[in-house]
Design a protein around this ligand. Structure first.
Ligand SMILES: C[S@@+](CC[C@H](N)C(=O)[O-])C[C@H]1O[C@@H](n2cnc3c(N)ncnc32)[C@H](O)[C@@H]1O
Length: 274
């Protein structure tokens, strides 16, 4: 049990509003279509079957940890199943990402932190027309992700292996117009802010940035506050396990929403144990 997260969740819970208390039509629609979306798509079954296989996979990988690592282990050799258990986003949240991409229909999807490819698959399968680029620093983990993309015939994914420091500029240069970014690797304040500023150079009014684990540590909470305060950011939605950032010019005054969905319970999804 991660006591920091439990404490932060309680503070968030007190502040949070339900979608029904939102007056902004844009946020209201987004929340109803995405946050409250409880549809189950066939592809979820394929990806969750893959997740179950990964949770049983005893293969040992040599892990190159270029980021903030894991709260649970810092060992160099890790089994696929241990990575699947602790580093991969739980299903309810990956299904949230699916709904978000399905609703927003970005032409380009950039993901920082592939791990075993579960979140990548959800986002790629949400819209087969999207060009998906995912970045992973550990070659052995990336190789397993590639196997998974092949297995699920996800042909719209390109995986670039290497340190974000080099691969992020490379990917941004390739994409040019960044519609959607999922930041899910190296959960430290300065690197997160650097990645945000780098991606911002290629963002436009309708771009959407999603930050995972905004309450994971004090550093991540500070990074989230700095992102919210950035002059280009006009609207943010804090759903505890992720923060969503918009740059819409229609929002003349900044708005920050802290929202709770009406039925998802993080404690029942392993969120506090990561
Ligand atoms: C939390 S995991 C990603 C989980 C994945 N998005 C999912 O939900 O299935 C973060 C990943 O980012 C990678 N990573 C962390 N820091 C990195 C860096 N500086 N450069 C490249 N990859 C990095 C780690 O190797 C790890 O696999």
């Amino acid at each position: 049990m991660n006591t920091h997260l439990i404490h932060q969740y309680l503070r968030y819970y007190v502040r949070a509003r339900t979608p029904y208390q939102v007056h902004s039509p844009f946020v209201f629609d987004l929340v109803n279509e995405v946050l409250e979306d409880d549809r189950y798509f066939y592809v979820f079954e394929d990806i969750e079957r893959l997740r179950v296989n990964l949770l049983r996979d005893k293969r040992l990988l040599e892990v190159t940890d270029l980021g903030a690592g894991s709260h649970t282990t810092s060992s160099k050799q890790r089994s696929v199943r241990s990575i699947a258990r602790s580093a991969v986003t739980p299903s309810r949240y990956t299904q949230f990402l699916f709904s978000l991409v399905h609703y927003l229909k970005p032409k380009t999807v950039l993901e920082m932190g592939t791990s075993l490819g579960i979140s990548t698959l959800y986002q790629a399968k949400a819209d087969g027309r999207a060009q998906v680029i995912t970045l992973e620093g550990c070659p052995e983990i990336a190789a397993v992700a590639q196997e998974n993309f092949k297995r699920l015939k996800a042909n719209n994914i390109e995986l670039i292996t290497g340190d974000f420091e080099n691969t992020l500029p490379q990917a941004l240069h390739k994409i040019q117009r960044v519609d959607y970014v999922f930041f899910d690797g190296n959960h430290r304040k300065i690197p997160t802010l650097n990645y945000f500023h780098e991606a911002l150079k290629y963002a436009h009014e309708d771009s959407v940035f999603v930050f995972d684990d905004i309450y994971w540590s004090k550093e991540m909470m500070e990074a989230w506050e700095a992102i919210k305060a950035h002059p280009k950011v006009t609207l943010t939605i804090d759903i505890f396990y992720m923060g969503i950032v918009f740059f819409r010019k229609e929002n003349i005054t900044k708005e920050h929403f802290t929202l709770i969905d009406t039925w998802k319970k993080p404690w029942s999804m392993g969120f506090f144990s990561s």
